[in-house]
Design a protein around this ligand. Structure first.
Ligand code: BG6
Ligand code: MG
Length: 219
């Protein structure tokens, strides 16, 4: 396969905002007497804001306790805290190896896409000074289905004008790896063996994002 595009997840791949999401959800959940730990948090990675809230309420046995309007209010409360956390971000918050990798991809004229479920994605890229690297950003509010559905990755490939089979997708969420695999792209997973078990190629950390190494795995 000849690779033409690289499609990135954002939270947990480009920057460590997965940690901020966890912190903000944990605080919100606490207000409603629900405890969430890191193991449970794995299930929230890659999942939209409202679906994450539903999973948390289910986890606490409180799925029928709130109206839709109350849930909207809770989700916007969580987002308010999250937005405060990301306001302090600078390019120093780019994960190790990511900037070198992006530069390497640009030097070799690969097309770059962002396939993040986050509505805060464009703001975060701005704060990291990375907006200029991406040829396209998928708007998650226009999609019918979230990860693990492949729609977001297929949309990114379409917006880049390349075939899905010509793309490599990079994710830290098991739902994201499933989406990449269903899109028939080559999946690169950053994370532990258990959550990345479906990835075509797994890395312990973003420091392993090196173009030659990945292209050798794709062959
Ligand atoms: C994903 C994160 O990238 O974006 C999820 O992995 C998050 O944890 C989702 O819930 C939606 O983000 P936001 O910023 O729109 O609430
Ligand atoms: Mg992620």
């Amino acid at each position: 396969m000849s690779v033409k595009g690289f499609i990135f997840d954002l939270d947990g791949v480009i920057t460590d905002t997965a940690e901020y999401h966890f912190e903000a959800w944990q605080n919100l959940a606490k207000n409603y007497d629900i405890t969430i730990d890191r193991e449970f948090n794995e299930q929230l990675k890659g999942i939209s804001r409202m679906d994450s809230l539903d999973r948390i309420l289910n986890h606490g046995g409180r799925e029928t306790d709130f109206t839709e309007a109350q849930k909207e209010e809770m989700a916007s409360e969580k987002n308010g805290e999250y937005v405060k956390l990301i306001e302090k971000m600078t390019p120093e918050h780019i994960l190790p190896g990511v900037l070198d990798f992006l530069n390497e991809l640009k030097e070799h004229n690969y097309l770059l896409g962002l396939a993040s479920a986050s509505k805060n994605g464009p703001v975060i890229l701005e704060r990291l000074n990375l907006s200029g690297y991406f040829d396209t950003i998928v708007d998650p509010s226009l999609l019918a289905k979230g990860k693990p559905d492949p729609e977001i990755f297929l949309t990114a490939a379409h917006q880049l004008g390349v075939k899905p089979e010509e793309c490599v997708g990079i994710e830290d969420a098991s739902a994201g790896i499933e989406a990449i695999n269903k899109a028939k792209m080559f999946s690169v997973g950053v994370g532990d063996k258990e959550s990345m078990k479906e990835a075509d190629y797994r890395l312990d950390s973003t420091e392993g994002l090196v173009l030659d190494v990945i292209l050798n795995k794709v062959k």
